[in-house]
Design a binder for this molecule. Structure first.
Ligand code: NAP
Length: 484
């Protein structure tokens, strides 16, 4: 098959925090896979930068080891690894000091695309941005990539945006939410706006409700103390689930262009209504005989931080008025699964005698672990004996439907980094989007604090607290089962 991947230009990519966990686990192995698929033009360079004192050879060795550990099947090709690491450089730099910055200036080429990935704590963003300018390392065409968390509330997000805006134009800033780099997430837009079938039904006349679930089987493990400062609302809902909600609910942009798409997403966030306290459930996983509780992991026996949250919200606009959106995410749940479920309304009247079941079309969009889609339709049960109806799924698991070409192992990170090099901001959050998302989540978090809300305990390996099930049951609905 002829590749239709848009090529990238030659680039210099500086990774601040190039020795950190994210760089070793995701960014560098991802770039290596891009190198293997000829997406890293000859002459391009990746420059690690952090305080650790080492030379480029030391860094190459660090990344060889990272690729061996996190690079998957591709990591066995020693010759390719050597060619890749030859494109790596390292400069010891302290974001808060002056050492190393002149050397970085001398290394960077202004005649190629240059990008600066801030894979460091957000408290260092301002120092990095300021030095990139004062040492004249970045210019008006440079790009900066920043990692989540983008603030911990509206105030801190505004401060971060203001800090970056002092030195960079919004068109140069790429705020990463790796969920937006997933194949199926982009496919959401293709399905909605590339088909005649769905869009006419995509509104409150035909949709009963929508569910978005991001379930994890892992706990907070070794990063409990860090996670305890955040919780599921800040860590998952404010960014990932909100982005999925926007893509599923937004109006059609006039074209597939960064600002057109982001304008529409922003309108969705701004139309989100405040959530009533009884429409939100928080949970913490309990201990079992093999595994500690959330509070043990967080090393705080009195922690009120949630490892699970489920909520019901509504979007106040003509398309969605009255349609509930149920969002749910949590740790130590029964399966690792991210999916969006669009449940259409019952048929108004059945012409088939004896058929009392409420038949509904359900569109399930799986984001992980397997990417695909299923549409539940009602058909006649085969065989004699009259008209009996059954619901069957039309399965569109991409790997099966499209063959080996669908098995695009492109990880979200590598896809997004290449979009930075291409200068395509469509899959990155704009500053006003992030602020609007915090403006919606802040009152929920403050409400818990004001009410002294205590998260409900739930069993590890379950679907979350009972109350989360009740959130839907009391409205005559049920969650789609969490399964891989
Ligand atoms: P990490 O393992 O603690 O790495 C931090 C990096 O920053 C190290 O390379 C460290 O190297 C460098 N650093 C620290 N202080 C510095 C300074 N003053 N000047 C220059 N470099 C400095 O953290 P991480 O897990 O990679 O996370 C990096 C960022 O990504 C954070 O904002 C995090 O929230 C975000 N993030 C991480 C993940 C993940 O899976 N890890 C996922 C999503 C988002 P030296 O000690 O050598 O300076």
């Amino acid at each position: 098959m002829v590749s239709r991947v848009i090529p990238v230009e030659e680039f210099d990519l500086v990774i601040f925090g190039g020795t950190g966990d994210l760089a070793r686990r995701k960014i560098l192995p991802g770039l290596f896979r891009r190198f293997l698929s000829n997406q890293m033009p000859a002459g391009s360079r990746i420059i690690g930068a952090a305080r650790t004192d080492m030379d480029s050879d030391g860094y190459r060795q660090m990344i060889r080891e990272a690729i061996a550990e996190f690079g998957g099947d591709e990591s066995k090709d020693k010759e390719c690894i050597e060619k890749f690491v030859a494109q790596l450089h390292y400069i010891p730099v302290d974001a808060k000091g002056t050492g190393g910055w002149e050397e970085l200036h001398d290394l960077i080429r202004f005649e190629v695309v240059n990008a600066f990935y801030f894979s460091v704590a957000p408290s260092l963003f301002g120092d990095l941005a300021e030095r990139l300018h004062s040492f004249k390392i970045a210019d008006d065409d440079s790009r900066v990539v920043v990692e989540k968390p983008f603030g911990r509330d509206l105030e801190t997000a505004k401060a971060l945006n203001a800090t970056l805006a002092e030195h960079f134009d919004e068109s140069q800033i790429y705020r990463i939410d790796h969920y937006l780099g997933k194949e199926t997430v982009q496919n959401l837009m293709a399905v909605r706006f590339g088909n005649m079938l769905f869009e006419p039904l995509w509104n409150n006349h035909y949709v009963d409700h929508i569910q978005i679930t991001v379930a994890e089987t892992v706990g907070v493990g070794g990063r409990g103390a860090y996670y305890d400062q955040s919780g599921a609302m800040r860590d998952m809902v404010q960014n990932h689930l909100m982005q999925l909600l926007c893509l599923i609910a937004m109006e059609s942009p006039s074209m597939f262009d960064a600002d057109a798409v982001r304008d529409e997403k922003l309108k969705v966030i701004r139309a989100l209504q405040a959530v009533e306290p009884h429409h939100i459930v928080r949970g913490q996983y309990d201990a079992n005989k093999d595994s500690p509780s959330y509070r043990d992991d967080a090393e705080d026996p009195r922690s009120h931080t949630e490892s699970f949250v489920a909520l019901r919200c509504e979007i106040a606009n003509w398309r969605w008025a009255g349609v509930p959106f149920y969002l749910r995410t949590g740790k130590k749940l029964k399966a690792r699964s991210s999916e969006i479920i669009v449940v259409f309304k019952d048929i108004g009247h059945s012409i088939f005698p004896g058929d009392e079941k409420r038949h509904r079309n359900i569109l399930s969009i799986q984001l992980q672990p397997n990417e695909g889609m299923q549409l539940q339709v009602t058909i006649k049960e085969p065989g004699p004996g009259g008209m009996r109806l059954i619901d069957v799924p039309l399965d569109m698991t991409f790997a099966e439907a499209l063959g080996p070409d669908a098995e695009d192992s492109t990880d979200a990170y590598e896809r997004l980094i290449m979009d930075v090099i291409r200068g395509n901001q469509t899959l990155f959050m704009r500053g006003d989007e992030v602020e609007a998302a915090w403006a919606w989540t802040d009152p929920l978090i403050e409400g818990w604090k004001a009410r002294g809300d205590v998260p409900k305990l739930y069993d590890q390996g379950s679907s979350g607290p009972e109350d989360a099930l009740m959130l839907m049951h009391r409205e005559g609905r049920r969650w789609h089962e969490i399964k891989e």
